[in-house]
Design a protein around this ligand. Structure first.
Ligand code: SAM
Length: 326
């Protein structure tokens, strides 16, 4: 019998080529099943760098940490697996380095955003509208807010705002109204199928309903896990803990995430040339980072044919510049 993988890593060849260039500390902020981490360690090993390297793998999901520990077994001596939120990447890296008596100088960081195939496929986690499970959607099972809490307690206008802001759902208002009316008539909505059926009935079937289902489930997941705020904090933290010439690679899967990554990278890469028309030979201040990928990289058609999750993936990579202040 063929064993299904926990999660098929996306754009793995590209990530390894951009990151695994020298011995040092590497951080996988979204360890998942450890697929990217294993590929990074194997590449460092093949270059003779593994002995002087440490991979710090972070995930907020216990199930992922267990799976990755097994995947990275052969490299256990060069791996530190940590439960935590990547919004605290800076502090988590410092803590591990303190314990291991290493300077916290990071050569490469990967953030492969979102949820893993394993999380989506586990019905009881509630991430999928295709599977019957409790409306949970917490990546970290210690978290307090669930999708059911949102669906059953948010006011109509807050639900509408959520579906619009985080799902870009055009029928956000009428959908929120239908949910509140359903709550009033039938009581709490606690199962994924119950919510999915309500959305299907509201949309009167048709092709568009799949898009609405995806958008609403995406919006709930983002809210439950504060994904966008956490991402902003993580990018700042990652840039802080990178060493000069260290690289950060981010794979995003929807436009809300990618916009945050793109905007922050563009801002940090900008040099200050002073007021227009002054004609300086050198900028007043240089950008903190260099864009290694000017445009995001996408998966090849071959990869997409093998792994449909790769279809929406966008990879952006930057390199931290040495400080050039006098
Ligand atoms: C797309 S999967 C990563 C898959 C991984 N690259 C692999 O090769 O198996 C995303 C993982 O990041 C974790 N994650 C998402 N947001 C997180 C956060 N804010 N802090 C820590 N882990 C997070 C999820 O729990 C999930 O396991």
């Amino acid at each position: 019998m063929v064993q299904e993988r926990y999660h098929e890593p996306v754009l793995v060849t590209e990530v390894v080529a951009f990151l695994a260039r020298k011995p040092g500390i590497y951080v996988d902020g979204t360890l998942g099943g450890g697929g990217h981490s294993l590929a990074l360690l194997q590449a460092l090993d093949a270059s003779g760098y593994a002995e002087q390297s440490l991979l710090i793998g972070i995930d907020q999901d216990y199930a992922a940490l267990c799976e990755a520990t097994g995947t990275l077994h052969a490299y256990a001596a060069h791996t530190a697996v940590v439960k935590g939120n990547f919004q605290d990447i800076d502090a988590l890296v410092k803590r591990v380095c303190r314990e291991k008596r290493l300077e916290p100088r990071v050569a490469g960081i990967l953030l492969d955003l979102g949820v893993s195939s394993f999380q989506i496929d586990t019905a009881e986690r509630g991430f999928s509208y295709l599977r019957d499970g409790s409306l949970d959607m917490r990546m970290n099972s210690d978290g307090e807010l669930t999708a059911a809490d949102i669906i059953n307690t948010y006011e109509e206008q807050d639900l509408a705002w959520l579906f619009w802001r985080y799902g870009e759902e055009p029928r956000s208002r009428s959908l929120a109204k239908a949910i509140v009316a359903y709550r009033h008539n039938h009581g709490a909505i606690n199962r994924t199928v119950e919510l999915a059926n309500l959305i299907r009935n509201h949309a009167h079937g048709g092709e568009k309903v799949i898009k609405t289902l995806s958008r609403v489930f995406q919006a709930l997941r983002i809210e439950v896990n504060s994904e966008l705020d956490v991402l902003r904090q993580a990018l700042d933290g990652a840039l802080r803990c990178l060493d000069a010439h260290g690289r950060l690679a981010v794979i995003s899967y929807h436009s809300l995430e990618d916009r945050i990554v793109k905007t922050l990278f563009a801002e940090k890469a900008k040099s200050d040339w002073g007021p227009k028309g002054v004609g300086l030979r050198e900028p007043l201040t240089y950008g903190d980072i260099a864009l290694i990928t000017r445009k995001p990289l996408s998966a090849t058609p071959q990869e997409i044919a093998l792994n449909s999750r790769a279809r929406s993936a966008k990879l952006r990579v930057i390199e931290k510049m040495p400080s050039r202040s006098l």
